[in-house]
Design a protein around this ligand. Structure first.
Ligand SMILES: Nc1ncnc2c1ncn2[C@@H]1O[C@H](COP(=O)(O)OP(=O)(O)OP(=O)(O)O)[C@@H](O)[C@H]1O
Ligand SMILES: [Mg+2]
Length: 611
């Protein structure tokens, strides 16, 4: 072995071990990003200590004071002192433990980190002996006897008092408080068996009682979500997934209302978000996000939680399995939702009507009753009382209705009633046994076209239409080059193309359902979708399915009954019956509702006919 000596450096090494105070402050930089993260660490410690009641008191958005009081096991004086040393933990012992972590904590870093950037006070007790520990800005740990108590109380005062850069980067009180509220809600969601209270500047913000999972989800996510979601549980390759899935029409502008719990730990993970969105892709427009709570129970050996200092992310041994499980769960949930539409979708209309009549605002989200509100009735049994005789005859002699009798599961049956009128050539007003339905003819037809094409494609048998005169198509350089190599891939989607030059082609046939105008545009979009997703001749692969979703999601709009078209009574009737047979009909391809219901009850309220 060769050693190199630099004479001038031999006496004084340049490298030295950092003092614990500096090391802790560095760790704090990662673990304690803001007041909400300090609170999260303290609550997780309380949960690990077996607490069944946790009270959090916040002053000045957590910048002034964060207090977490629990009724957990507490600590002896010796442990309390040790708990403030870096890498001191009671939760793991060996590296084997690291591969199957069941507790929230394991790094032994949170308390010393927090205590290095605040004025830290802790009262705890064990075996009837109380102790108080104080640390100011990571200085000396002062331990004194104190009155015995149940559990542990930790106060974090003046967070970041000695780290001006961090202090500077803290956001406004409002923003920091919002982060605290969000984090508290997530932790409450993950721990329904713990009574959890949050006080902000001495005012109670949350007071969650001991609850079962369902009740806690409702308490945390709100009544609106409870009314507009279904619960779905599945087992997938040894993994248990229980999810509360918002209806596709109950969407949100970003991913903040998607919650993931992995073995009881709150996780914010791009892959999980992507998986959930993939499950909803077919029924939600791409710039909207589902609202959902997904709880995953997985063998701890199959998930590495030691990948993020604040433990917000995890790494799965088999991310594909997790993704497939979530997608399967969402698809099963969506199937069960059947024909439900978010109860909030009718609200704005109703409120607008009430404003114009000077009536008090109607609380549609609460009053409608969610799923039961959309439960389907038996059309035949009730229809006779209200449907005019000739209408009834027409309805039941229609081959479509007879056909639908065979395929329908009575419990899943959607009842859109019978049409009364077309309004402004755009909406259809229909009467049902329990009220009225307003149907957006364009949105409804869009979904029906999409679902039909999807079924045809899945069956590998797209009904095509040969063009009498081929339609010319001109494409730009790259797209044209792609098409010369991959024209065969388009055949699978019902489009036949013939090359006529470097950048010019002839369209020979198109899917029958999409025939009509703008053929060149339609084929250009298909080429773009295929190129984007990278599909070639294997259109049956999952890539092929994704092309369809993308292409048809855009196309179906254009081939649909446009708003503005007058529909005969027969056409209206057949539109309604066909809607009832179409999967995912409650929303169009962009996640907008295709129909809105007003129950008689709601109409009565609107006109002040109810107490
Ligand atoms: N509220 C509490 N009740 C009882 N013991 C606690 C409490 N808070 C902390 N402790 C003890 O103090 C130790 C150190 O806590 P700390 O949060 O610093 O580390 P950890 O929880 O083990 O790991 P991590 O840094 O990943 O959170 C814990 O292992 C636990 O034994
Ligand atoms: Mg901890």
């Amino acid at each position: 072995m060769c050693r190199i000596f630099w004479p001038e450096m031999m006496s004084d090494p340049l490298i030295h071990i950092l003092s614990p105070q500096v090391a802790n402050q560095i760790a704090a930089g990662e673990v304690v990003e803001r007041p909400a993260s300090a609170m999260k660490e303290l609550i997780e410690n309380s949960i690990d200590a077996g607490a069944t009641r946790i009270t959090v008191r916040i002053a000045g958005a957590g910048k002034k004071r964060i207090e977490v009081d629990d009724n957990g096991y507490g600590m002896s004086a010796a442990d309390a002192e040790l708990s403030l040393q870096r890498h001191a933990t009671s939760k793991i012992e060996s590296s084997e433990d690291l591969h199957r972590i069941a507790s929230h904590g394991f790094r032994g870093e949170a308390l010393p980190s927090i205590a290095s950037v605040s004025r830290f006070r802790m009262q705890t007790a064990s075996d009837g002996e109380g102790v108080e520990v104080r640390v100011d800005g990571g200085g000396e740990t002062v331990v004194k006897p104190a009155a015995p108590r149940r559990g542990t109380r930790i106060e974090v005062l003046d967070l970041f008092l000695n780290t001006p850069a961090r202090l500077h980067f803290m956001r406004t009180d409002k923003t920091e408080e919002a982060a605290i509220v969000d984090s508290f809600r997530e932790l409450a969601l993950a721990n329904p068996g713990v009574v959890m209270q949050l006080e902000l500047d001495a005012r109670t913000r949350f007071d969650f009682a001991l609850q079962d999972e369902q009740a806690r989800v409702q308490a945390v996510m709100g009544q609106g979500f409870a009314d507009n979601s279904v619960e779905q549980r599945i087992e997938h390759e040894g993994m248990q997934i229980s999810a509360w899935l918002g209806l596709p029409t109950f969407h949100h502008r970003d991913s903040t209302r998607m919650m993931f719990l992995v073995n009881g730990r709150v996780i914010r993970d791009k892959q999980l978000i992507a998986a959930l969105r993939a499950g909803y892709r077919d029924v939600m427009f791409h710039d909207r996000y589902p609202v959902a709570v997904v709880r995953l129970e997985i063998d701890p050996a199959d998930v590495d939680v030691n990948v993020h200092p604040a433990k917000r992310e995890v790494r799965f041994k088999s991310p594909q399995t997790v993704r497939a499980g979530i997608v399967a769960c969402v698809r099963a949930g969506i199937e069960r939702m059947g024909h439900s539409v978010s109860s909030t979708t009718g609200e704005p209309a109703l409120q607008a009507m009430q404003r114009s009549t000077g009536m008090p605002a109607f609380n549609g989200g609460q009053g409608g009753g969610g799923m039961p509100r959309f439960a389907s009735g038996d059309y035949r049994a009730t229809g006779q009382q209200r449907v005019p005789a000739e209408m009834t005859r027409m309805l039941f002699s229609s081959p479509e209705v007879r056909e639908s009798e065979q395929v329908y599961d009575a419990t899943a049956r959607l009842d859109l009633g019978y049409p009364l009128a077309q309004i402004h050539r755009c909406y259809i007003l229909a009467q049902t046994d329990s009220g009225v339905v307003l149907i957006d003819q364009h949105a409804a037809h869009e979904r029906m076209t999409y679902e039909k094409l999807k079924a045809q494609l899945a069956g590998g048998d797209i009904a095509t239409q040969m063009l009498l005169t081929p339609e010319p198509l001109t494409l730009g350089g790259e797209a044209a080059a792609w098409l010369h190599d991959h024209a065969g891939a388009l055949h699978h989607f019902g489009v036949d193309i013939e090359a006529a030059g470097d950048e010019s082609f002839l369209i020979r046939s198109v899917p029958a359902m999409l025939g009509g105008e703008e053929l060149a545009e339609m084929v250009t979009e298909l080429v773009e979708s295929c190129r984007l997703i990278g599909v070639d001749h294997e259109a049956g692969s999952s890539g092929g399915a994704r092309v369809l979703e993308r292409w048809l999601g855009n196309r179906a709009c254009k081939g649909s009954i446009k708003s503005g078209r007058r529909l005969s009574h027969e056409e209206q009737l057949s539109l309604l019956r066909e809607m009832e047979r179409t999967p995912n009909i409650a929303q169009c391809n962009h996640g907008r509702p295709t129909y809105v219901r007003l129950s008689l009850n709601e109409l009565d309220r609107l006109f002040g006919r109810q107490d």
